[in-house]
Design a protein around this ligand. Structure first.
Ligand SMILES: [Zn+2]
Length: 76
């Protein structure tokens, strides 16, 4: 798809690192599937992936973890 930020680039499939901060917790997900602009580097993450990230983050925060770095797995 066309990039909405720079309006010139095309997005390609790749992975990115997403950092979420909630309350006192910092959660880093690596290898998150995303569409990445080949021009400006903007990343777009699908709704289903975003929802999964937020659900996992909520679980981690609930367990009282302050820093968590993990590989993202959609089916887990
Ligand atoms: Zn772009």
């Amino acid at each position: 798809m066309k990039c909405m930020i720079c309006k010139h680039g095309e997005t390609t499939k790749g992975t990115t690192t997403v950092t979420l901060e909630k309350d006192n917790s910092t959660i880093v997900f690596k290898e998150v599937p995303a569409h990445i602009c080949d021009n400006c580097g903007e990343t777009y993450i699908d709704d289903t992936v975003t929802k999964a990230l937020l659900n996992k983050a909520r679980e981690i925060v609930k367990n009282g973890v302050e820093v968590d770095i993990r590989k993202f797995e959609l089916a887990a």
